[in-house]
Design a protein around this ligand. Sequence first.
Ligand code: BG6
Length: 453
Amino acid sequence: MIRHMLVLGALGDLAARYLLPALARLREAGELPEGFRVSALARDDQDTPGYREFAGENLAEHAPDTPEAARSGLVEALEYYQADVTDPERIKAALGDSGEPVIVYLALPPAVFAPTIEALGEAGLPEGSRIVVEKPFGEDLESAQKLNRLLHDTFPEEAVFRVDHFLGLQTVQNVLGLRFANRVFEPLWNHDHVERVEIVWDETLALEGRAGYYDSAGALKDMIQNHLLQLLCLVGMEPPLTLHERDLRDRKVDLLRAVRRLSPEEIEELTVRARYTAGRIADREIPAYADEEDVDPERETETFAEVTLFVDNWRWSGVPFTLRSGKALGQDRSEVSIHFKPVPHSTFAPEAKPEPNVLTLGLDPDRISLDIEINGPGESLDLEHLELGSELSPQKIPAYGRLLLGILEGDPTLSIRGDEAEESWRIVEPILEAWNADKVPLREYPAGSGGPS
Ligand code: BG6
C-alpha cells in the first residue's frame, strides 16, 4: 500500500467534511498502512500546527463517532504546505526526497484540474504514483476527452481514480448482491417483465452555501451525469464475469453505450428542469434559489432535473428509465424502484385488480422492500397489498472510506474509467445543449414541495 498522500485543496469543504473523516475511520479500522502520512497543500497562509487544529475541529464535527485516538493519530500524520498547486516546485517540496510513490488527491475546483495535472507532470512523480480526480470530470464530452488525454500524458489509466462516491455506498453495492447472488430476480430483469425503472435522489438540502460550484453546474451535471447514471449502469448492465475492475467496468460501459441519445423532440417530451422558489422545509425558511448569495439568476441554473432514458439493447428495449434529482424538496427520498408489469390475466373479480409488484432499494437509509399481493384476511378471494421490507445494517466504513481503501490498494473497481466518463457526457450533452438553448422551459417549485407539478 502507498503510505504518502498529497491532498491538494486541503482546506476545502471536501477535505474537511469527507476526506479527513474517512481517513480517520480507516485508521480506526486498522486499514491505513504503517507510517501513513498526509501532506496537505493549499494556498492559504497556514502552518502545520494551524492545519492540525483545523483538522481536529473538523473531525470532531464530522466524525464524532470515530474514537479520539484514531482522530488524533490522523492529525499527527498531517503536514501543511502553503502552495500554489499549479507550481511544480511546491509540489516537489511536498513530495520530499524519499522516492516512494504517492497518491495525489485533487480536492480542487475543476477549473484548476488541468494546470495542476500539468504541474504534477513537470514535478515528476515517483514511479507507481496514483492520482485521484473529483467530479465533475469535465463539463461536456470534449472537455472530458481533453482531461483524459492530459491525465494519460502522465499517468497510465490504472493509476487514475475518478471519484463517484455513490459507488462507495453500501446500498449501491447491494444492487450487485441482489441481482447476481439471487436466482429469483435475474430471469425477470428485462423488458418482458419490467414496465419501468425509477432512479431518484430527492434532497431536502438546499444550496447550503455552495453557489460557487453549484450555480455553474446544476442538477443535471451535479447528480445525473455521474451518480444516477452510475446507478443506471449497475441496475441495467449484463452480468459481469467477475467483480474485478475490468469485467465490471466493461459491462458498465456497454450499458452506457446502449443508452440512446435523446432526439430534440424526445428532450422536449422526456426531460424536466426546474428551480425552487422560496418556501419552508420543516422549521427552515428557504429563500428562492435565485435570491441565494452568489447565485446569478440569469444563468437559470436548475435545482431539479428529470430525464427519461432508454437502453436500446435486447434486454431493455422499450423500458423507460427515469432518473430524477432535486434540491429543497419536502422529503428526502433516494431509491431505485423496479416496477414490474401487471399479471397477464386477472383471475380475480374485476374490482380486486392486483397491483403490479415493485421492488425498491432504498439508498439512504439502506432498505430493501418488495410489494406483493396476497389474499387478504377478510373475504377469502379479496386481495391485499403487502410490503416485505428490511432495513439493512448501517455502513461501517463511509462511502469515501471505501473509495480511499481501493485507491490505497491500487484497485480501481470503484472508480470511473476514462471511457465511462466520456460515455456519460455523450448521453447528457444533447440535453444540456437543449436546456441551454431554452428548448425546455425552466419550471418552478416552492421549496418544501414535491417538485414541479
Ligand atoms: C454530491 C452532490 O456529489 O452528492 C451534492 O454534489 C449532493 O449536491 C450529494 O447533495 C449527495 O450525496 P451525499 O452522500 O452527500 O448525501
